[in-house]
Design a protein around this ligand. Structure first.
Ligand SMILES: Cc1cc2nc3c(=O)[nH]c(=O)nc-3n(C[C@H](O)[C@H](O)[C@H](O)COP(=O)(O)OP(=O)(O)OC[C@H]3O[C@@H](n4cnc5c(N)ncnc54)[C@H](O)[C@@H]3O)c2cc1C
Length: 367
Protein backbone atom coordinates (compact mmCIF):
# COMPACT_ATOMS: atom_id res chain seq x y z
CA UNK A 1 0.00 0.00 0.00
CA UNK A 2 1.24 3.49 -0.83
CA UNK A 3 1.59 6.06 1.92
CA UNK A 4 0.15 9.07 0.03
CA UNK A 5 -1.16 9.26 -3.54
CA UNK A 6 -1.90 12.70 -5.00
CA UNK A 7 -4.11 12.62 -8.10
CA UNK A 8 -3.10 15.52 -10.35
CA UNK A 9 0.37 16.99 -10.55
CA UNK A 10 -0.67 20.60 -11.27
CA UNK A 11 0.10 23.48 -8.95
CA UNK A 12 -2.05 22.24 -6.05
CA UNK A 13 -0.71 18.70 -6.42
CA UNK A 14 2.90 19.89 -6.56
CA UNK A 15 2.51 22.21 -3.55
CA UNK A 16 0.81 19.50 -1.51
CA UNK A 17 3.47 16.96 -2.50
CA UNK A 18 6.17 19.41 -1.36
CA UNK A 19 4.65 20.14 2.06
CA UNK A 20 3.77 16.48 2.75
CA UNK A 21 7.25 15.31 1.71
CA UNK A 22 8.79 17.91 4.01
CA UNK A 23 6.87 16.25 6.86
CA UNK A 24 8.39 12.89 5.95
CA UNK A 25 5.44 11.40 4.08
CA UNK A 26 6.19 9.23 1.03
CA UNK A 27 4.22 10.85 -1.77
CA UNK A 28 3.37 9.43 -5.18
CA UNK A 29 1.87 11.98 -7.60
CA UNK A 30 -0.12 10.63 -10.57
CA UNK A 31 -0.57 13.05 -13.48
CA UNK A 32 -2.31 12.16 -16.72
CA UNK A 33 -0.59 14.79 -18.86
CA UNK A 34 2.96 15.59 -17.73
CA UNK A 35 3.13 18.21 -20.55
CA UNK A 36 0.26 20.07 -18.78
CA UNK A 37 -1.26 21.17 -22.10
CA UNK A 38 -4.75 21.81 -20.69
CA UNK A 39 -3.97 22.17 -16.99
CA UNK A 40 -5.06 25.51 -15.56
CA UNK A 41 -1.86 26.68 -13.93
CA UNK A 42 0.32 27.19 -17.07
CA UNK A 43 -2.55 29.07 -18.73
CA UNK A 44 -3.08 31.40 -15.79
CA UNK A 45 -2.04 35.04 -15.46
CA UNK A 46 0.23 34.27 -12.52
CA UNK A 47 -1.32 36.91 -10.26
CA UNK A 48 -1.11 36.84 -6.46
CA UNK A 49 -3.05 39.26 -4.29
CA UNK A 50 -4.53 39.74 -0.84
CA UNK A 51 -7.37 41.97 -2.02
CA UNK A 52 -10.34 39.68 -1.37
CA UNK A 53 -13.46 39.99 0.71
CA UNK A 54 -13.06 36.98 2.98
CA UNK A 55 -10.37 36.89 5.63
CA UNK A 56 -9.23 33.37 4.73
CA UNK A 57 -8.63 34.43 1.12
CA UNK A 58 -6.82 37.58 2.29
CA UNK A 59 -4.57 35.49 4.56
CA UNK A 60 -3.88 32.91 1.84
CA UNK A 61 -2.80 35.81 -0.39
CA UNK A 62 -0.49 37.11 2.33
CA UNK A 63 1.09 33.69 2.74
CA UNK A 64 1.61 33.47 -1.05
CA UNK A 65 3.93 36.48 -0.88
CA UNK A 66 5.79 35.12 2.13
CA UNK A 67 6.27 31.74 0.48
CA UNK A 68 7.20 33.00 -2.99
CA UNK A 69 9.68 35.51 -1.52
CA UNK A 70 11.58 32.69 0.19
CA UNK A 71 11.77 30.03 -2.50
CA UNK A 72 15.41 30.76 -3.34
CA UNK A 73 16.12 29.16 0.07
CA UNK A 74 13.25 26.78 0.69
CA UNK A 75 12.99 25.20 -2.78
CA UNK A 76 16.71 25.07 -3.59
CA UNK A 77 17.79 21.64 -4.90
CA UNK A 78 20.92 20.10 -6.41
CA UNK A 79 19.37 20.24 -9.90
CA UNK A 80 17.72 23.65 -9.37
CA UNK A 81 20.18 25.59 -7.18
CA UNK A 82 18.65 29.01 -7.90
CA UNK A 83 14.89 28.58 -7.92
CA UNK A 84 12.84 31.63 -8.80
CA UNK A 85 9.24 32.34 -9.67
CA UNK A 86 10.28 35.49 -11.55
CA UNK A 87 8.13 37.68 -9.33
CA UNK A 88 6.99 41.10 -10.61
CA UNK A 89 5.70 42.92 -7.48
CA UNK A 90 3.84 45.73 -9.28
CA UNK A 91 0.82 45.45 -6.98
CA UNK A 92 -2.88 45.21 -7.78
CA UNK A 93 -5.31 48.02 -8.45
CA UNK A 94 -9.02 47.21 -8.18
CA UNK A 95 -11.50 49.77 -9.51
CA UNK A 96 -15.09 49.91 -8.25
CA UNK A 97 -18.20 51.70 -9.54
CA UNK A 98 -21.04 52.80 -7.24
CA UNK A 99 -22.67 49.36 -7.59
CA UNK A 100 -19.72 47.63 -5.88
CA UNK A 101 -18.54 50.41 -3.56
CA UNK A 102 -20.57 49.47 -0.47
CA UNK A 103 -19.32 45.90 -0.53
CA UNK A 104 -15.80 47.19 -1.04
CA UNK A 105 -15.98 49.40 2.07
CA UNK A 106 -17.01 46.28 4.02
CA UNK A 107 -14.12 44.33 2.49
CA UNK A 108 -11.71 47.04 3.62
CA UNK A 109 -12.64 46.31 7.24
CA UNK A 110 -11.45 42.73 6.68
CA UNK A 111 -8.28 43.98 4.94
CA UNK A 112 -7.57 46.09 8.01
CA UNK A 113 -8.29 43.26 10.45
CA UNK A 114 -5.84 41.07 8.51
CA UNK A 115 -3.23 43.83 8.28
CA UNK A 116 -3.28 43.42 4.51
CA UNK A 117 -1.57 46.74 3.75
CA UNK A 118 -4.23 47.72 1.19
CA UNK A 119 -4.78 51.39 0.41
CA UNK A 120 -8.11 52.97 -0.43
CA UNK A 121 -8.53 56.00 -2.64
CA UNK A 122 -11.58 57.86 -3.93
CA UNK A 123 -11.89 57.83 -7.71
CA UNK A 124 -11.49 61.62 -7.83
CA UNK A 125 -7.87 61.26 -6.65
CA UNK A 126 -6.89 58.28 -8.81
CA UNK A 127 -5.20 60.30 -11.53
CA UNK A 128 -2.74 61.77 -9.00
CA UNK A 129 -1.23 58.29 -8.61
CA UNK A 130 -2.10 56.55 -11.87
CA UNK A 131 -1.69 59.23 -14.55
CA UNK A 132 -2.88 56.87 -17.30
CA UNK A 133 -6.35 56.30 -15.90
CA UNK A 134 -9.77 57.64 -16.85
CA UNK A 135 -11.72 57.55 -13.55
CA UNK A 136 -15.10 58.29 -15.14
CA UNK A 137 -17.91 56.18 -13.65
CA UNK A 138 -15.76 54.94 -10.77
CA UNK A 139 -16.40 55.62 -7.09
CA UNK A 140 -13.46 54.10 -5.29
CA UNK A 141 -10.35 51.97 -5.68
CA UNK A 142 -8.01 49.82 -3.62
CA UNK A 143 -4.38 49.18 -4.38
CA UNK A 144 -1.02 48.17 -2.97
CA UNK A 145 2.25 49.91 -3.78
CA UNK A 146 4.64 48.22 -1.37
CA UNK A 147 5.61 45.20 -3.48
CA UNK A 148 3.24 42.88 -1.64
CA UNK A 149 1.13 41.82 -4.63
CA UNK A 150 1.93 41.15 -8.26
CA UNK A 151 2.49 38.16 -10.52
CA UNK A 152 4.85 35.28 -11.09
CA UNK A 153 5.77 32.84 -13.81
CA UNK A 154 3.52 29.82 -13.11
CA UNK A 155 5.82 27.33 -14.94
CA UNK A 156 8.88 28.31 -12.95
CA UNK A 157 6.98 28.19 -9.68
CA UNK A 158 5.54 24.76 -10.46
CA UNK A 159 8.93 23.47 -11.56
CA UNK A 160 10.54 24.68 -8.31
CA UNK A 161 7.87 23.01 -6.15
CA UNK A 162 8.00 19.76 -8.12
CA UNK A 163 11.79 19.61 -8.09
CA UNK A 164 11.96 20.13 -4.34
CA UNK A 165 9.22 17.57 -3.69
CA UNK A 166 11.20 15.04 -5.75
CA UNK A 167 14.40 15.81 -3.87
CA UNK A 168 12.48 15.18 -0.63
CA UNK A 169 11.41 11.75 -1.91
CA UNK A 170 8.18 12.30 -3.88
CA UNK A 171 7.67 10.63 -7.26
CA UNK A 172 5.73 12.06 -10.21
CA UNK A 173 4.45 9.52 -12.69
CA UNK A 174 2.20 9.48 -15.71
CA UNK A 175 -1.20 7.89 -15.19
CA UNK A 176 -4.88 8.53 -15.64
CA UNK A 177 -6.83 7.70 -12.49
CA UNK A 178 -10.32 6.58 -13.50
CA UNK A 179 -11.80 5.99 -10.04
CA UNK A 180 -10.70 6.97 -6.54
CA UNK A 181 -11.36 3.35 -5.50
CA UNK A 182 -8.61 2.21 -7.93
CA UNK A 183 -6.02 3.69 -5.55
CA UNK A 184 -4.62 1.74 -2.65
CA UNK A 185 -3.04 4.24 -0.27
CA UNK A 186 -3.16 5.29 3.36
CA UNK A 187 -3.99 8.83 2.27
CA UNK A 188 -5.40 10.02 -1.07
CA UNK A 189 -5.38 13.67 -2.13
CA UNK A 190 -7.55 14.70 -5.06
CA UNK A 191 -5.86 17.66 -6.76
CA UNK A 192 -7.50 17.14 -10.14
CA UNK A 193 -8.40 20.79 -10.73
CA UNK A 194 -11.42 21.47 -12.94
CA UNK A 195 -11.72 17.71 -13.61
CA UNK A 196 -12.32 16.80 -9.94
CA UNK A 197 -15.96 15.97 -10.63
CA UNK A 198 -14.84 13.01 -12.81
CA UNK A 199 -13.40 11.43 -9.64
CA UNK A 200 -15.75 12.77 -6.97
CA UNK A 201 -19.14 13.31 -8.57
CA UNK A 202 -20.64 15.22 -5.65
CA UNK A 203 -18.12 18.06 -6.01
CA UNK A 204 -19.71 20.92 -8.01
CA UNK A 205 -16.58 22.02 -9.86
CA UNK A 206 -16.59 22.41 -13.64
CA UNK A 207 -14.16 23.60 -16.34
CA UNK A 208 -15.04 27.20 -17.20
CA UNK A 209 -13.28 28.60 -20.25
CA UNK A 210 -11.63 32.03 -19.90
CA UNK A 211 -9.81 33.89 -22.67
CA UNK A 212 -6.69 36.03 -22.28
CA UNK A 213 -5.49 38.40 -25.04
CA UNK A 214 -1.96 39.58 -25.68
CA UNK A 215 -1.80 43.15 -26.95
CA UNK A 216 0.78 45.71 -27.96
CA UNK A 217 0.51 49.46 -27.37
CA UNK A 218 2.89 52.25 -28.48
CA UNK A 219 2.67 53.63 -24.93
CA UNK A 220 4.28 51.32 -22.40
CA UNK A 221 3.68 51.56 -18.65
CA UNK A 222 6.09 49.02 -17.12
CA UNK A 223 5.10 50.01 -13.56
CA UNK A 224 1.41 49.41 -14.17
CA UNK A 225 -0.16 47.15 -11.51
CA UNK A 226 -2.40 44.22 -12.34
CA UNK A 227 -5.58 46.24 -12.74
CA UNK A 228 -9.11 44.91 -12.40
CA UNK A 229 -11.91 47.12 -13.68
CA UNK A 230 -14.89 45.71 -11.77
CA UNK A 231 -17.56 47.64 -13.73
CA UNK A 232 -16.53 45.95 -17.00
CA UNK A 233 -14.95 42.80 -15.53
CA UNK A 234 -11.83 43.30 -17.69
CA UNK A 235 -8.39 42.95 -16.08
CA UNK A 236 -4.92 43.50 -17.47
CA UNK A 237 -1.24 43.73 -16.65
CA UNK A 238 2.06 44.40 -18.44
CA UNK A 239 3.87 41.37 -19.86
CA UNK A 240 7.37 42.30 -20.98
CA UNK A 241 6.86 45.07 -23.53
CA UNK A 242 3.28 44.01 -24.17
CA UNK A 243 0.14 43.56 -22.04
CA UNK A 244 -2.16 40.68 -21.18
CA UNK A 245 -5.88 41.35 -20.84
CA UNK A 246 -8.54 38.95 -19.61
CA UNK A 247 -12.05 38.78 -21.01
CA UNK A 248 -14.98 39.02 -18.56
CA UNK A 249 -16.80 36.44 -20.67
CA UNK A 250 -16.63 32.84 -19.50
CA UNK A 251 -18.20 29.64 -20.80
CA UNK A 252 -18.98 26.15 -19.54
CA UNK A 253 -19.19 23.03 -21.72
CA UNK A 254 -16.29 23.94 -24.01
CA UNK A 255 -14.28 20.81 -24.80
CA UNK A 256 -11.84 22.84 -26.91
CA UNK A 257 -9.65 25.70 -25.73
CA UNK A 258 -10.07 27.95 -28.77
CA UNK A 259 -9.94 31.57 -27.52
CA UNK A 260 -13.15 33.59 -27.87
CA UNK A 261 -11.57 35.97 -30.38
CA UNK A 262 -14.73 38.07 -30.87
CA UNK A 263 -14.57 39.09 -27.21
CA UNK A 264 -11.61 41.29 -28.02
CA UNK A 265 -13.47 43.62 -30.41
CA UNK A 266 -16.79 43.42 -28.56
CA UNK A 267 -15.81 43.57 -24.90
CA UNK A 268 -12.15 43.85 -24.04
CA UNK A 269 -10.80 46.58 -26.29
CA UNK A 270 -13.71 48.99 -25.64
CA UNK A 271 -13.31 48.51 -21.88
CA UNK A 272 -9.53 48.95 -22.03
CA UNK A 273 -9.73 52.08 -24.19
CA UNK A 274 -12.39 53.53 -21.90
CA UNK A 275 -10.30 53.06 -18.76
CA UNK A 276 -6.86 53.79 -20.25
CA UNK A 277 -7.23 56.22 -23.17
CA UNK A 278 -3.73 55.28 -24.49
CA UNK A 279 -5.09 51.77 -25.08
CA UNK A 280 -7.17 53.16 -27.96
CA UNK A 281 -4.09 52.36 -30.05
CA UNK A 282 -3.84 48.70 -29.11
CA UNK A 283 -2.93 45.95 -31.51
CA UNK A 284 -3.90 42.35 -30.83
CA UNK A 285 -0.82 40.09 -31.00
CA UNK A 286 -2.12 36.79 -29.63
CA UNK A 287 -4.16 35.05 -27.00
CA UNK A 288 -5.11 31.77 -25.36
CA UNK A 289 -7.84 30.22 -23.29
CA UNK A 290 -7.72 28.08 -20.18
CA UNK A 291 -10.13 26.54 -17.71
CA UNK A 292 -10.97 28.01 -14.32
CA UNK A 293 -11.70 25.27 -11.78
CA UNK A 294 -15.06 26.90 -11.13
CA UNK A 295 -17.02 26.07 -8.00
CA UNK A 296 -20.49 26.55 -9.44
CA UNK A 297 -22.09 26.97 -5.99
CA UNK A 298 -20.13 29.88 -4.54
CA UNK A 299 -16.90 30.56 -6.47
CA UNK A 300 -14.86 29.54 -3.47
CA UNK A 301 -12.35 26.83 -2.62
CA UNK A 302 -13.40 23.35 -1.48
CA UNK A 303 -10.71 21.96 0.81
CA UNK A 304 -10.49 19.23 3.42
CA UNK A 305 -11.42 15.62 4.07
CA UNK A 306 -14.22 14.13 2.02
CA UNK A 307 -16.77 12.91 4.59
CA UNK A 308 -17.83 9.89 2.51
CA UNK A 309 -14.36 8.33 2.56
CA UNK A 310 -11.98 7.28 5.33
CA UNK A 311 -8.85 8.56 3.64
CA UNK A 312 -9.70 11.00 0.82
CA UNK A 313 -8.80 14.69 1.00
CA UNK A 314 -9.47 17.21 -1.74
CA UNK A 315 -8.59 20.74 -2.81
CA UNK A 316 -10.33 22.37 -5.75
CA UNK A 317 -12.84 25.04 -6.83
CA UNK A 318 -10.40 27.94 -6.63
CA UNK A 319 -12.22 29.80 -9.42
CA UNK A 320 -9.31 31.85 -10.69
CA UNK A 321 -7.06 31.92 -7.63
CA UNK A 322 -5.57 28.44 -7.28
CA UNK A 323 -2.07 29.46 -8.25
CA UNK A 324 -1.74 32.06 -5.50
CA UNK A 325 -3.51 29.85 -2.96
CA UNK A 326 -1.41 26.77 -3.69
CA UNK A 327 1.24 27.38 -0.98
CA UNK A 328 -1.37 27.98 1.73
CA UNK A 329 -3.53 25.08 0.59
CA UNK A 330 -0.57 22.67 0.34
CA UNK A 331 0.54 23.66 3.84
CA UNK A 332 -3.01 23.54 5.25
CA UNK A 333 -3.82 20.11 3.82
CA UNK A 334 -0.54 18.81 5.17
CA UNK A 335 -1.42 20.11 8.64
CA UNK A 336 -4.84 18.49 8.44
CA UNK A 337 -3.47 15.16 7.20
CA UNK A 338 -0.54 14.94 9.61
CA UNK A 339 -2.05 16.46 12.77
CA UNK A 340 -5.81 16.22 12.29
CA UNK A 341 -6.39 19.97 12.28
CA UNK A 342 -5.28 23.22 10.68
CA UNK A 343 -2.39 24.79 12.56
CA UNK A 344 -1.80 28.08 10.73
CA UNK A 345 -4.60 29.54 8.57
CA UNK A 346 -7.90 27.93 9.58
CA UNK A 347 -9.35 26.65 6.31
CA UNK A 348 -12.31 24.82 7.82
CA UNK A 349 -14.75 27.31 6.24
CA UNK A 350 -13.85 25.73 2.87
CA UNK A 351 -15.04 22.25 3.92
CA UNK A 352 -17.29 20.40 1.48
CA UNK A 353 -20.05 20.10 4.09
CA UNK A 354 -21.16 23.64 3.20
CA UNK A 355 -21.70 22.45 -0.37
CA UNK A 356 -23.84 19.50 0.72
CA UNK A 357 -25.84 21.89 2.96
CA UNK A 358 -26.10 24.39 0.06
CA UNK A 359 -24.68 27.09 2.32
CA UNK A 360 -22.94 29.47 -0.03
CA UNK A 361 -19.82 31.27 1.09
CA UNK A 362 -19.44 33.47 -1.95
CA UNK A 363 -16.20 35.33 -2.56
CA UNK A 364 -17.21 38.34 -4.66
CA UNK A 365 -13.80 39.33 -6.01
CA UNK A 366 -13.56 36.94 -8.96
CA UNK A 367 -11.57 38.37 -11.84
C1 LIG B 1 -6.96 32.34 -17.93
C2 LIG B 1 -6.67 32.00 -16.50
C3 LIG B 1 -6.13 32.96 -15.66
C4 LIG B 1 -5.85 32.65 -14.33
N1 LIG B 1 -5.23 33.58 -13.55
C5 LIG B 1 -4.89 33.25 -12.28
C6 LIG B 1 -4.15 34.18 -11.49
O1 LIG B 1 -3.79 35.26 -11.94
N2 LIG B 1 -3.83 33.81 -10.22
C7 LIG B 1 -4.22 32.59 -9.69
O2 LIG B 1 -3.92 32.33 -8.52
N3 LIG B 1 -4.91 31.70 -10.43
C8 LIG B 1 -5.25 31.99 -11.71
N4 LIG B 1 -5.93 31.10 -12.47
C9 LIG B 1 -6.49 29.89 -11.81
C10 LIG B 1 -5.46 28.82 -11.57
O3 LIG B 1 -4.76 28.56 -12.75
C11 LIG B 1 -6.15 27.54 -11.06
O4 LIG B 1 -7.02 27.86 -10.00
C12 LIG B 1 -5.11 26.54 -10.57
O5 LIG B 1 -4.24 26.21 -11.61
C13 LIG B 1 -5.76 25.27 -10.05
O6 LIG B 1 -4.71 24.39 -9.73
P1 LIG B 1 -4.91 22.82 -9.77
O7 LIG B 1 -3.61 22.21 -9.49
O8 LIG B 1 -6.08 22.48 -8.91
O9 LIG B 1 -5.39 22.52 -11.28
P2 LIG B 1 -4.49 22.33 -12.57
O10 LIG B 1 -3.46 23.36 -12.65
O11 LIG B 1 -5.45 22.25 -13.73
O12 LIG B 1 -3.86 20.89 -12.34
C14 LIG B 1 -4.71 19.74 -12.24
C15 LIG B 1 -3.96 18.57 -12.86
O13 LIG B 1 -4.67 17.35 -12.57
C16 LIG B 1 -4.53 16.48 -13.67
N5 LIG B 1 -5.61 15.50 -13.60
C17 LIG B 1 -6.94 15.77 -13.60
N6 LIG B 1 -7.65 14.63 -13.47
C18 LIG B 1 -6.75 13.62 -13.38
C19 LIG B 1 -6.87 12.22 -13.24
N7 LIG B 1 -8.08 11.63 -13.16
N8 LIG B 1 -5.75 11.46 -13.21
C20 LIG B 1 -4.52 12.05 -13.28
N9 LIG B 1 -4.35 13.39 -13.43
C21 LIG B 1 -5.45 14.16 -13.46
C22 LIG B 1 -4.62 17.42 -14.87
O14 LIG B 1 -4.05 16.82 -16.02
C23 LIG B 1 -3.87 18.65 -14.38
O15 LIG B 1 -2.51 18.63 -14.77
C24 LIG B 1 -6.19 31.35 -13.81
C25 LIG B 1 -6.72 30.39 -14.67
C26 LIG B 1 -6.95 30.69 -16.00
C27 LIG B 1 -7.49 29.63 -16.91
Amino acid sequence: MDDVVVVGGGIIGAATAYFLSKEGRKVRVIERDPAYKKASFPLSLGGFRRQFFQKENINLGKFALEFISNISNTLKTKTNPNPTASMVPNGYLLLFGPEHAKEQYEALKNHKACDAGTKNIPASKLKEIFSWINPEGLETATYTDSKIEGWIDPHMFHNALKNKAIELGATFEKGDVKKISDINAKTIVSAAGCWTNELLDDVPVAPQKHTVFRVKCPKHYPEMPLTGDLPSGVYWRPEGKEYLAGSPNSKFDCPDLEPEWNDFENLVWPALANRVPAFEQLKLTGGWAGYYDCNTLDNNAIVGKHPKYENVFLATGFTGRGLMQSPGIGRGLTELITTGKYQTIDLSCFHIDRIFAKQKRTEPYVL
